[in-house]
Design a protein around this ligand. Structure first.
Ligand SMILES: Nc1ncnc2c1ncn2[C@@H]1O[C@H](COP(=O)(O)OP(=O)(O)O)[C@@H](O)[C@H]1O
Ligand SMILES: [Mg+2]
Length: 368
């Protein structure tokens, strides 16, 4: 049974995941229709014509306390830009971000400083994120002193606890970032984020720059910390592999907008948006139920975020595109997959795409 959300709920990835009992109080962070446009300098060909990069173009989602929302999509689709708005490093061009129900934009400086400690971000490149001239002790101690989260007399003990919590030896405090491996450096950036007692951590591709063998260790550490501290994560990645492992729900982004949201397992096993299927086709997975699914290879290249295609942004790469897709913009609406699970999908051709995926698996079944 396919049902469609009422129009006032459309275009949001809010709450509403099937089977989850949620109430408004449990929502820790609400992102409401945020847009972020960056001006680009006018070219010599068209002097005077102001162009803009539409990095994020109307994104909405809620994150409940203690959950992980995965945000996934190809490089350049606007994931980091969303992350920066969420933690308040940048202000959105329009739209609103609510933390514990309060809009970040309306906060006074003092309150904003306090809230900023609650919203932390860790980055892909742990070396660039750490000041090479500071010892680990100072990297961890300085933010705590600056934000008054610990008394000076408690700092030594706090640094020791943080190092222990992220699996680094006590003597790490006397060393400099360059003395550590990539995985250890990421542990330092995690400890620094934790030092301010955050409630939400935006993890921006935190394992993408690490060796495969180290990636699982860092993902496990993030999971353990989440359980111990009740943390809430926005977990950003360009592929579905790591996201699937850590996230309960996943939002798939394409060129500044969200095109599908559902429980992580359901997106991974039964993606409904053709773009989600393409992303999953690119994941090397040993699970036969996924490996045998019909692969959908993307056509063409990602369009520029300066010249956004009319209609559905994905239409010129989509094998199911119709005339409607070239002129009308699809909004997120609810669809039920073959296992009865609800997905929010922005696509006019969900049924045709799903039929194509189903035909493929039946055809493959006959061959055996
Ligand atoms: N400060 C900026 N000025 C101009 N363009 C930017 C800026 N930051 C990001 N962009 C552009 O916005 C788009 C989204 O970037 P980003 O959020 O970094 O994507 P992702 O994290 O998904 O790779 C890209 O086209 C990028 O070039
Ligand atoms: Mg990024």
């Amino acid at each position: 049974m396919n049902s469609t959300l009422p129009s006032d709920m459309r275009n949001t990835a809010a709450g509403g995941t099937a089977g989850e009992a949620g109430s408004a109080e449990e929502i820790l962070l609400s992102v409401k229709d945020i847009r972020k446009y960056y001006p680009v300098t006018s070219s010599s060909l068209f002097p005077g014509r102001r162009k803009q990069v539409h990095a994020v173009d109307g994104v909405s989602f809620d994150i409940r306390r203690g959950e992980t929302l995965g945000l996934v999509g190809e490089s350049g689709c606007g994931k980091s830009t969303v992350g920066r708005q969420v933690v308040g490093i940048e202000q959105p061009t329009s739209g609103e971000i609510l933390f514990e129900g309060k809009p970040l934009s309306g906060m006074k400086d003092r309150e904003m400083r306090r809230i900023r400690t609650r919203l932390q971000m860790i980055f892909q490149d742990p070396y660039a994120a750490l000041n090479p001239r500071k010892r680990v002790y100072d990297i961890l101690a300085d933010p705590m002193l600056y934000h008054h989260v610990a008394a000076r007399s408690d700092i030594d003990a706090r640094v020791g606890q943080l190092l222990d919590e992220v699996g680094l030896p006590k003597n790490a405090k006397d060393r400099y970032p360059h003395e550590f491996s990539g995985g250890q450096r990421q542990r330092i950036t995690i400890a620094r984020a934790l030092s301010l007692e955050p409630q939400i951590i935006v993890c921006d591709e935190p394992v993408s720059a690490l060796d495969n063998s180290i990636q699982a260790q860092i993902l496990n550490l993030l999971k353990e910390l989440q359980e111990d501290r009740g943390l809430t994560y926005l977990f950003i990645a360009h592929g579905l592999g790591a996201v699937h492992y850590v996230s309960r729900r996943v939002a798939v982004m394409y060129l500044g907008v969200i095109v599908e949201v559902a429980d992580s397992e359901d997106v991974f096993r039964r993606p409904l948006h053709p773009y989600s299927r393409m992303l999953i086709s690119a994941v090397p997975v040993p699970d036969p139920s996924i490996r045998d699914r019909k692969v959908l290879v993307p056509q063409g290249e990602v369009p520029s975020a300066i010249d956004i295609p009319q209609g559905c942004r994905f239409h010129d790469r989509c094998p199911f595109a119709t005339d409607r897709c070239r002129s009308e913009v699809p909004v997120l609406s609810s669809y039920t997959d073959s296992a009865g699970k609800t997905h929010e999908v922005a696509c006019f051709n969900v049924a045709a795409a799903a039929a194509d995926a189903a035909t493929a698996s039946v055809a493959e079944g006959k061959e055996h």
